[in-house]
Design a binder for this molecule. Sequence first.
Ligand SMILES: [Zn+2]
Length: 246
Amino acid sequence: MRVFLLVFALVWNLALAFPRVGVHQGFTRLVFDLPQGDVQYGLSQENGQLVLNLRGVKGASLDQVVNSAEVVSVQTIPEGEGVRVVVRLKGPVEAKVVRYTDPDRLVVDLILKKEAASPAKPASDPVRNRPPRPPKPVVLLDPGHGGIDPGMVGHVVEKEVVLDVALRLKRLLEREGIEVRLTRDRDMHLSPDKREDLSRRASMADSSQVNLFISIHVNATPTRTAQGVEAFYFGQAQDSRILAQV
Ligand SMILES: [Zn+2]
């Protein structure tokens, strides 16, 4: 059995999550990828929650922790012929909703209402007058599997190798002045349910404003035909309409 290293490097844009959540300066963006056809939606806001009902859309049950300036979390609940999306808010928001076609999607921008935003600091505040430090790039490393999920088991156990690789890579990146976060730093799973486990890893990448998400895996083949390193990555979107929106 040959073992080879598999590395996923994704500029974070989770295709599986519904909705996709983007944290931006001054607003949180929810992007709902819609099927072609008749989709209806309704929006309401009360008691610190914004509820979006979508009819004609299928979405898996998912609770994404966002923790942006506007949003605590986004929960997707399948219901009958559609889904209900409950957005827990940090304060009253203005919701700007735009529907796009080709591809069909609904973009909801949530902006804290002025009276809810924290009062601006006076201009004489010395902290404000300091030149802003250039932000450190942030990389989220995801050692695959862990805990009850060993991953590939051959001459080595995948969950152990990928954790070791991630911890070594963390040290190398930090030496270059990069801030490194980990989805796990020891032998643990994020959920005993595989789908939920992957969803939590995804949420960590989506909610923590990371510049790069790297998921590290070690695969094996019984046929002794494969060796080496395999890398999958998402590059920048090429479509200018998507670049403009997401
Ligand atoms: Zn794996």
